[in-house]
Design a protein around this ligand. Structure first.
Ligand SMILES: Cc1cc2nc3c(=O)[nH]c(=O)nc-3n(C[C@H](O)[C@H](O)[C@H](O)COP(=O)(O)OP(=O)(O)OC[C@H]3O[C@@H](n4cnc5c(N)ncnc54)[C@H](O)[C@@H]3O)c2cc1C
Length: 487
């Protein structure tokens, strides 16, 4: 089933999750002014799945039923699927920076491999659970996210070594009909506009940590599940001052599991500690692949905004402006190239799932996390001080001040002062105040910190061959032993 945006919103209204934000209990997550802009982001993924311009990317053929489903519910069956996924995410993120529905898709892809591998070793039934769950997920076009990151306490200690055993989510009771879990996941994006959550372990584990090796799906209104949220949306809707954040929102939650019951049918891992690392790593691979689509889109927005300001200031063609924009173009297209190359080099894993190339997608995410500061610096440099000192839209509406703003905030004579101010306000909203910090930290840590990518890139790279090349070129080894090139 391909839900419409209206059906998605109705599905949210049928559930009553326990949500807290800024000291309030939230009764209406769909219409609350600080939450609606995020509902609209997820709503876009339902809307554009019906738009003939984008259907090629936004929908896919389910390998379970042969029906067309929303690509956010699809398990990749080919390198072409992987390419279309990156293209889809860049298309969406050009509008809203972060489309926020990719986490669950990435978790489902990881679980399609891990559940199968666990069953092969332990004779368990997780892959069957997974397939049944995926059928339901596709049929209902479920809005979901992945809560993987635990709060983690002392980073130098393993889960079972922590002073408080609940600092990583764990199973506290096993029953005939299911398990009871306790703990908290953090930074969970888009839990608020979700129907369900998918939970994954966050790291590799040892046998002593087997209670922490747990993965499952849970309805958002399950008893004991509490979402403590914050939002980037301004309290007062300001269409000129905060053009981006008045339209689109992001909310993350501290996601607390206060003894939540999970029936066995929804469990995908329980105690098989030796597979926790694989689950975490596979999710990271798929999610960094997603970043290779969304972060180039953020660059599209940043370079477009910087060019617009330069144009309104009459300096669009100055050589240093072109140089700085060119730097952003290079960053954008390197990340995207990593996503496309990672897709083309994708390989089948598990029963039938395609996974992207680990090295390429980690490089793409690493560039995203380390270059965002440089990109934002370029935008600040090009925009000038009005990126933060421009009077507010209320002064444009005030007859006492409007004429002065129109006169003195003029750039190029043929551009209205108000349009120029709107461009500055977009810079301020995206790259100077408010959202800018989110964008930088999300690029750095979302999908894993840069160090996690570095470790993965180095660990998976064939350095022995490179060392052999050096030995042959230095004459330490005979040139006839020069390593064969394997494309
Ligand atoms: C905007 C945003 C959205 C996110 N959305 C989601 C989501 O939807 N779902 C989800 O599950 N997660 C989400 N995340 C979480 C993201 O994956 C984590 O932020 C990331 O993995 C880093 O973990 P952390 O925040 O706990 O920081 P930390 O792990 O504390 O990292 C901080 C620093 O400590 C270092 N460090 C950590 N542990 C060690 C160690 N043992 N030894 C040495 N150095 C160490 C790291 O390399 C890093 O430099 C999101 C994050 C952000 C910022």
């Amino acid at each position: 089933m391909l839900k419409t945006k209206e059906q998605f919103i109705e599905s949210l209204q049928r559930q009553k999750p326990e949500i807290y934000m800024f000291g309030e209990t939230i009764e209406d997550r769909v219409n609350h002014p600080l939450l609606k802009p995020q509902v609209d982001v997820i709503g876009l993924t339902y809307e554009l799945a019906h738009d003939s311009r984008y259907k090629e990317f936004t929908t896919a053929k389910s390998h379970l039923t042969g029906e067309m489903v929303n690509r956010f519910t699809h398990v990749n069956q080919s390198t072409d699927d992987l390419i279309k996924k990156v293209q889809m995410i860049r298309m969406y993120a050009r509008q809203c920076c972060c489309i926020q529905r990719c986490m669950a898709m990435d978790a489902l892809n990881a679980l399609s491999i891990v559940t199968h591998d666990i069953d092969q070793k332990h004779g368990t039934n997780y892959y069957e659970n997974f397939k049944n769950y995926l059928s339901h997920f596709q049929e209902e076009d479920i809005s979901s996210t992945c809560a993987m990151t635990d709060v983690k306490g002392d980073r130098s200690l393993r889960p079972s070594e922590q002073a408080d055993p609940d600092l990583y989510l764990r199973v506290v009771e096993r029953r005939d009909d299911g398990v009871v879990v306790r703990g908290a996941k953090c930074h969970t994006t888009a839990a608020v506009p979700s129907n369900e959550l998918i939970i994954m372990p966050t790291r590799a584990l040892r046998d002593k940590d087997s209670d922490y090796a747990v993965s499952f799906a849970v309805p958002i209104d399950a008893e004991g599940l509490k979402l403590i949220a914050r939002s980037v949306t301004p309290r007062e809707k300001r269409e000129i001052d905060s053009p981006f954040r008045s339209r689109w929102g992001v909310t993350e939650t501290l996601t607390v599991f206060d003894d939540v019951f999970i029936p066995w049918d929804n469990v995908f891992m329980c105690g098989e500690w030796e597979f926790a690392g694989q689950a975490a790593e596979l999710f990271a691979v798929y999610h960094r692949h997603s970043y290779c689509g969304c972060k180039p889109a953020v660059s599209d927005i940043l370079m477009g905004t910087a060019t617009l300001i330069a144009d309104y200031n009459g300096i669009k063609n100055a050589s240093h402006i072109r140089d700085k924009i060119t730097d952003i173009i290079c960053t954008a297209e390197q990340m995207y190239a990593c996503g496309i190359a990672g897709s083309v080099r994708g390989k089948p894993q598990g029963p039938s799932t395609y996974a992207p190339d680990i090295t390429m997608v980690n490089i793409g995410k690493y560039i995203a996390g380390t270059h965002i500061y440089e990109e934002i610096y370029r935008v600040h440099d090009i925009a000038g001080g009005f990126a933060i000192t421009c009077p507010s839209e209320k002064d444009f509406k005030n007859p006492e001040t409007r004429s002065f703003l129109e006169k003195y905030l003029k750039g190029r004579a043929d551009i209205s002062s108000l349009d120029r101010v709107k461009a500055f306000k977009l810079v301020e909203d995206l790259a100077a105040h408010g959202f800018a910090g989110w964008l930088m930290v999300a690029s750095c840590h979302g999908g894993g910190s840069p160090e996690a990518q570095r470790i993965t890139i180095y660990r998976g790279y064939d350095m022995d061959t490179r060392e052999k090349i050096a030995k042959c070129l230095a004459g330490i080894d005979d040139f006839k032993n020069f390593p064969e090139f394997k494309p």
